[in-house]
Write a protein that binds this ligand. Sequence first.
Ligand code: SF4
Length: 309
Amino acid sequence: MPAYRHLFGPVCSRRFGRSLGVDLVRPKTCSLNCLFCQLGPTASTTTHRCADVSVEEMMAELAAWRQAGGQTDFVTLGGSGEPTLHPRFGELLRWIRDNLPFRSLLLTNGTLFTFEEVRGEAAQADIVKVSLHAWDQASFERIVRPHAALRFEAILEGYRRFRSIFRGRLHVEVFVVPGVNDTPAQMTRIARLARSFQPDVIDLNTLDRPPADGSVQVCPLETLTQLAPLFTPVAHVARSLPPGTPPPFVTTPDAEAMVALVRRHPASADQLATHAGHSLEATLATLKALAAQQRIQLVKRDGIWFASP
Ligand code: SF4
């Protein structure tokens, strides 16, 4: 796999199958600093939209990847932070629609949906996944530690307005943090708010990789399953990829490609081995060498090796 500057994967996602990622921002650029972020802490949150990463380069890489026979289920805008902070993300979505035979997916924290132009750009995607982990400004601040300018109610209103113009499939992700937002009463409030903007799919998610805040725990599957029926439609509960999930079209344990992937998609050594179609031993050896060069971080937790930026 050539080491692209802006593309990563395809990776197998729990919800969307094979997903080729496009990274629109520099690591790590985000309006939030979520307790559970798999990319590590946000040094300084921002709401400033900045075009310092070239969209033309992204398009050229996508065209080259496709010409080399690339296959995926989705081309996904996500990566090292919040993709809507790039002011030309809508242009990229249109380019994908016009030039590639794959659907587009926008993974966004939704904080900029307060702006009409952002909602209009996001509506170019086939699927949009927004987040909702809180029920008021105080819980919003506790869970996602937002930029000071962000107001929870305004973002929700942005979601409602987006729903009224968006013809694609709208997903909402609710990340469940034990001791923070996991009681039935709290989840009922979140579910009521979610209903107000009529998502097509609701995903209840929990930790499967080391978080920004080390005190965040995994929510037991049993709790997630009990909370799921509070939502309309009933929420899907995130589960690990089943054993035997076929690897995507990544065929070499190329170190540069591994760095590019880990920077945008922290994962366990097992997951990376699956993605790369390589043995765990070979993958771990590559990861350890990269960690020794301080190009990635590699930590062992509960007997499992995790690689992160
Ligand atoms: S989880 Fe997403 S929205 Fe939250 S800090 Fe990380 S990149 Fe930003």
